[in-house]
Design a protein around this ligand. Structure first.
Ligand SMILES: C[S@@+](CC[C@H](N)C(=O)[O-])C[C@H]1O[C@@H](n2cnc3c(N)ncnc32)[C@H](O)[C@@H]1O
Length: 266
């Protein structure tokens, strides 16, 4: 496809209107055009990127998804696991496929994604055809049988679930995980202490959850902070701790990473 045709397909209306005024393509547009010319997977519209990530930067969207994907791979490798060896993998709260899209060339597993937001899931269904996507509800069972997955990853979802929903979802994910399967999930941990109020910090240091905008659980405005002991001794106490990586500005994420395993028998 030539540059002109590619531009016509990816340039949003507001840019078409005043396009002649811009001598150089804005960076996000140049990234979209290059992506199209390179025949890469489609990039979601900026409003959907904003919904999951709180920004509209296409470059950051692609780069951060790639980095998270590599972090997941590296942590599995550290424990002698390769994602290629799994039969079935679930991305829970997959959003608009920020991480999922980077598995497209990885052979082995069947890839599944689920989210409770129909706009995000519809975009994924229409554009990331190598994976299968389903819609779930905020607090209802997942549309999968018991013991369906060898590996489930959950990036920045428990960070937006109140205490009741947190317990509901850890149990539900555990149900669909095979015995001996692995669950990778992230939380806001100690790294975020600095931005907390005195009262929040006290609560967190006492090992309690800190929840902002609790009535909007599931939405990004509901921000939840988990002390690591709370995660290991309460939230995920039925699962075996395999690894814990504290959030750090040098990691690809400032969020804590937990890798846990479902016991072979309970
Ligand atoms: C911060 S975004 C992260 C999206 C994606 N994991 C990523 O890393 O790009 C949080 C996601 O969790 C989803 N979510 C929140 N509550 C959910 C629930 N109960 N079931 C499924 N998805 C949920 C939201 O729709 C949103 O896509």
């Amino acid at each position: 496809m030539g540059l002109y045709q590619a531009l016509k397909r990816v340039v949003p209306l507001e840019w078409k209107v005043g396009f002649h005024r811009h001598k150089k393509l804005p960076k996000h547009l140049a990234t979209r055009v290059k992506n199209r010319l390179d025949a890469q997977l489609p990039i979601p519209p900026s409003k959907l990127i904003y919904l999951v990530a709180g920004h509209r930067d296409v470059g950051v969207f692609l780069q951060s998804g790639r980095a998270t994907n590599q972090t997941i791979r590296r942590l599995l490798n550290k424990h002698g696991l390769n994602v290629e060896q799994f039969e079935s993998v679930l991305d829970f709260g997959c959003g608009v496929g920020r991480i999922m899209r980077h598995w497209s060339a990885t052979p082995g597993p069947q890839w599944h994604g689920t989210d409770y937001n129909p706009d995000l899931i519809n975009w994924c269904k229409n554009n990331l055809k190598f994976a299968e996507f389903r819609l779930n509800t905020l607090s209802g069972p997942l549309p999968y049988d018991d013991a369906s997955f060898d590996f489930i990853y959950v990036f920045s979802v428990f960070t937006h679930l109140d205490e009741r929903l947190g317990f509901f979802w850890i149990n539900e994910l555990s149900r669909v995980l095979k015995p001996g399967g692995y669950l990778y999930f992230t939380t806001h941990g100690e790294y975020f202490l600095e931005g907390m109020s005195t009262e929040e910090r006290k609560q967190f240091l006492e090992g309690k959850l800190v929840i902002r905008e609790e009535q909007r659980s599931g939405e990004n405005v509901c921000a939840v902070f988990h002390p690591v002991n709370y995660v290991q001794q309460k939230l995920a106490h039925d699962l075996l701790v395999v690894d814990f990586v504290p959030g750090n500005e040098n990691n690809d994420t400032e969020q804590d990473v937990h890798l846990v395993k479902k016991p072979l028998s309970r």
